[in-house]
Write a protein that binds this ligand. Structure first.
Ligand code: SF4
Length: 365
């Protein structure tokens, strides 16, 4: 079997930062309990590994004892949640991805000007709940073109759409086209809200999937960007499945399959991808071809609140322990496992946002 391995795949800068936040906290907190509001990122294994290290995940601030440490997940929270945390005198460490914060900032800015905001996204997704909470009176969520006739619009000239960061580019474009048809004067966000990581992973799948008989996406069912990757390959005509790990592989999927594209969502640890590759090679033999569509070098700094807490506890916040070099690590792993492999550069234009941040988590565009 030939396994095409998509690059980029797996952890994005926002997920690296959020996981690093909890990891660093566990180190500096000793016996003090660490609470995380909502899953830190949408991956079953990441969450379970932190649970095993003593982290308590909560869905309500009520569950956190007064004065405790709580982390807000990468998806962001509404001002109401921040206020609840303040009222309980919690030490709140905000691991919201800076690219989600950018959408929050846009929502606040336009709502203050008296504009109405149409937020394209999945109504119950944590990120959309958080963004909407910034200006609930100004924001209406649009999940599909069918929602458009139900919208209440006061002034079509003071109208803007924003989007969830992890949408399918194709699905979002269908909705945006419908919005522009219904409201020709609707404004666009200053720059795309769909983030670089979502865009690049989707671009890579679209570019490589036509060469494959089957696409395997490693990711959890509640991970929006992982689910979108399976949809993209299926919409383009290549069957696809989403698996959390190698234990979910089903031999019947591979009847008549010679080439498999393997990729993973932005919240997926690379060892799970390795597990899937190893299972495929063990069963079918073959080789791995890493397809480099784009080299991502985006990194976000730790949130200022965490850096301050680390300094107070005598830890240098500039000591980062999570290393981002997925391609080199995977190449080394393939060699160690004696799996025949090579790397092929694919020249496709993908998106790289210059979104390095300072220690306060603010974005330099
Ligand atoms: S998928 Fe995009 S928005 Fe979400 S955490 Fe990663 S970089 Fe941030």
């Amino acid at each position: 079997m030939k396994i095409l391995l998509a690059n980029p795949r797996g952890f994005c800068a926002g997920v690296y930062m959020a996981i690093d936040v909890v990891d660093q906290l566990l180190d500096i907190c000793g016996d003090e309990k660490v609470f995380v509001f909502h899953e830190i990122v949408h991956n079953r294994h990441v969450v379970q590994r932190f649970r095993d290290r003593g982290v308590t995940f909560v869905e309500s601030i009520d569950e956190v004892p007064n004065g405790a440490i709580v982390v807000f997940s990468a998806h962001g929270v509404s001002p109401a949640v921040r206020a609840e945390a303040r009222a309980k005198n919690l030490t709140a460490i905000d691991a919201t991805c800076p690219l989600v914060m950018k959408v929050h900032a846009e929502a606040i800015r336009y709502a203050k000007r008296g504009w109405q905001i149409l937020l394209v996204g999945h109504e119950n997704h944590q990120e959309v709940v958080g963004t909407r909470g910034e200006a609930p009176e100004a924001i209406q969520v649009v999940e599909s073109p069918e929602d458009i006739p139900q919208l209440t619009i006061h002034d079509p000239e003071k109208l803007i759409y924003l989007t969830q960061t992890t949408l399918s580019l194709d699905d979002a474009n269908v909705i945006i086209r419908a919005l522009k048809k219904a409201f020709p004067k609707i404004n666009e966000p200053p720059s795309s809200d769909i983030c670089y990581a979502t865009t690049n992973r989707q671009t890579a799948v679209r570019a490589i999937a036509p060469e494959a008989d089957f696409v395997l996406v490693v990711g959890s069912k509640n991970s929006s960007n992982s689910v979108r990757l399976t949809e993209i390959s299926m919409n383009d005509g290549t069957p696809s499945r989403l698996v959390d790990d190698a234990s979910e592989l089903d031999a019947s999927w591979f009847t008549g399959v010679n080439t498999v594209l393997v990729t993973s969502g932005a919240s997926v640890p690379e060892d799970l991808v390795h597990g899937v590759i190893e299972a495929l090679i063990d069963r079918f033999g073959g080789e791995v071809e890493q397809r480099d569509v784009h080299d991502e070098r985006v990194e976000f700094g730790l949130p200022g609140t965490l850096r301050e807490l680390m300094r107070r506890r005598g830890v240098d916040p500039d000591t980062r322990r999570i290393r981002i070099d997925r391609e080199a690590d995977t190449a080394e792993w393939l060699e160690r496992k004696h799996i025949p492999n090579r790397t092929v550069q694919v020249s496709i234009r993908a998106t790289e946002t210059d979104c390095s941040t300072d220690g306060n988590g603010s974005t330099h565009a």
